[in-house]
Design a protein around this ligand. Structure first.
Ligand code: SF4
Length: 231
């Protein structure tokens, strides 16, 4: 699936880094809270963006940008992901890859070739609640493979969960705590309904409930925190 979006400069997508963001169309999940409805459900209706034009922009902005983020949709579904990563790496950029973790083989290949510097993997929910949260019958073995690999592969990473009032409860968070015990970094992200979700009627988790989640996680994960609750 071709590139469907390009943000020239973002201060929000990669901690402490000025990054450009490349969005791929298509996804193998259907998370009800997904904000990228058009990108996921009807990528053919979004205009293609030329990778060559992005490259030429990146070449000119090397003095302003620190990094390039590959996101989606799900970037690991694109058969041209590796050649694109190579070209961006050749320009000297730090690269962040966002993934839902369903494609451990590609994650391993891009890490082992030195093509990415940071991986952010979504943990949609406890495995018991994964299906309702990602909208498909996800292959849990593949997700576990990605988690185990990312934890041990030696590059920087984070796991993150967008918490939604109707989808996450304390039992789920306890199970996630066990599942991610000892991981380097984990963030609970605030869900905000911007009216472009796959499913209507979902609500954000209150700050009080989000803080209770954090208290559950703290004994298991040192670097754990909220994202999006400080505004
Ligand atoms: S939120 Fe879910 S459906 Fe949307 S792009 Fe991410 S993994 Fe795919």
């Amino acid at each position: 699936m071709p590139i469907k979006g390009f943000e020239k400069l973002s201060l929000l997508d990669f901690d402490n880094k000025v990054t450009a963001v490349i969005f791929f169309g298509g996804c193998n999940m259907r998370c009800p809270f997904c904000h990228n409805f058009d990108l996921v459900m009807m990528p053919e209706k979004c205009d293609d963006i030329s990778f060559d034009e992005i490259l030429s922009y990146l070449e000119k902005r090397k003095n302003i940008l620190d990094a390039v983020t590959f996101t989606g949709g799900e970037p690991t579904l694109d058969k041209n992901l590796k050649p694109m990563l190579r070209k961006v790496k050749e320009l000297g950029y730090v690269i962040k890859l966002d993934s839902n973790g369903l494609n451990p083989q590609i994650i391993k290949e891009v890490v082992e070739e030195g093509l990415v510097d940071f991986i952010a993997m979504d943990i949609k929910n406890s495995f018991d609640s994964y299906e309702k949260t990602c909208g498909v019958k996800a292959n849990v073995e593949k997700l576990k493979d990605s988690i185990n690999y990312i934890e041990k592969c030696g590059i920087n990473y984070e796991f993150r969960t967008t918490i939604v009032d109707e989808l996450h409860d304390e039992e789920d968070i306890k199970k996630i705590a066990e599942m991610l015990k000892g991981c380097k970094k984990y963030r609970l992200q605030k869900f905000v309904d911007q009216g472009t979700c796959l499913v209507d009627g979902l609500h954000e988790v209150s700050i009080e409930k989000a803080n209770r989640f954090i208290e559950i996680l703290k004994p298991y994960i040192e670097n754990v925190g909220l994202r999006g609750y400080d505004k």
